[in-house]
Design a binder for this molecule. Structure first.
Ligand code: SAM
Length: 297
């Protein structure tokens, strides 16, 4: 088992397949010209498989593929297939722009649930937020995934004056669609134009929903390790939640580990320290002791 210095068991690994992305969301990748990690420095398919296997042998039960945009990698389908051979729950976070190209790969893999990022239900606003005209493609691909029986979680980063007027529109989607909408508080990352004035807190979001839906809202039980407080409108097919990373972080029972696209392990999104697992693998060194050292640090 992978146990950290606070006695927390870490059994959930998020693997970034690339830092490259085909969208330019202003709060995530603000610049049009961005220097992405060259392919030679990224973990290759065999390396991802080898490192993931070591994590699984040491107790990891769930793996999430992420990025950047994971499916801009040409070998993303192969990565899904290889990781599907491991005894884990496999899932992915994606902007959905390329999912129509990966339907077969997803259906023949272990992936049964996808987190899809969508910050607006307005086509023009999508273009402003992402600098790409791909709203229709994303909406079609969401429908495609739902029809294929994949459980879809929609992630929307809510920002004051930018899309906070759409909270109830997203909730409206849960009435008819079996999706799980997750509102995310805007988090600061280096160079992402973060501004405290743009943050809409969990409480503020719930206030907005309550003002419109009042007695229709039911609070659902919190799932351990989930960074979310979950709700449902009575009779709705879907559910919704707020990820309160800023206003009420759930660090106490965090079970996550992160692997960057160039094979560096981080034990927190905000941690500065990282351990180069890919370098060690390429030098033929043992990985498991490095994982242990990293979580204990
Ligand atoms: N490209 C994939 C996607 O769009 O889902 C995966 C990577 S993306 C960085 C993962 C998630 O992080 C997305 O849901 C995105 O909205 C969220 N995210 C990015 N920057 C954020 C920020 N500053 N605050 C909160 N969430 C953020």
């Amino acid at each position: 088992m992978i146990i950290d210095g606070f006695n927390r068991v870490h059994d959930y690994l998020r693997i970034s397949l690339t830092d490259n992305c085909n969208l330019r969301c202003f709060y995530c990748i603000p610049e049009e010209e961005y220097e992405f990690t060259p392919a030679s420095r990224l973990m290759q398919v065999d390396e991802i498989e080898a490192i993931a296997k070591i994590f699984v042998e040491n107790g990891v039960k769930k793996i999430r593929l992420t990025g950047g945009e994971p499916v801009v990698r040409k070998d993303a389908a192969e990565i899904m297939q290889r990781l599907s051979a491991l005894p884990v729950k496999l899932t992915m976070t994606t902007n959905a722009t390329r999912l129509h190209l990966f339907l077969d790969a997803i259906q023949s893999s272990r992936i049964q649930s996808l987190n899809i990022s969508l910050d607006t239900l307005n086509k023009d606003r999508f273009m402003l937020l992402t600098k790409r005209d791909q709203y229709d493609l994303v909406r079609n691909n969401i429908d495609l995934m739902i029809k294929a029986g994949i459980h879809v979680k929609l992630n929307a980063v809510i920002m004051k004056g930018i899309n906070d007027d759409e909270i109830n529109d997203f909730i409206g989607l849960t009435k008819e669609l079996p999706i799980h909408v997750r509102f995310i508080e805007f988090m600061p990352f280096q160079g992402n134009h973060w501004d405290n004035a743009l943050v809409v807190t969990w409480q503020q979001m719930i206030d907005v929903v309550e003002a419109s839906f009042g007695g229709e809202i039911e609070a659902l039980e919190r799932v351990p390790h989930e960074t979310v407080k979950q709700y449902r409108l009575k009779g709705a097919k879907g559910t919704f939640a707020v990820i309160s990373t800023m206003s009420a972080p759930f660090c106490g029972d965090c079970n996550r580990l992160r692997l960057t696209a160039d094979g560096k392990m981080k034990n927190c999104l905000f941690s500065k320290g990282e351990t180069d697992l890919l370098g060690a693998l390429r030098r033929g060194e043992a990985i498991a002791p490095l994982i242990d050292l990293n979580v204990k640090a």
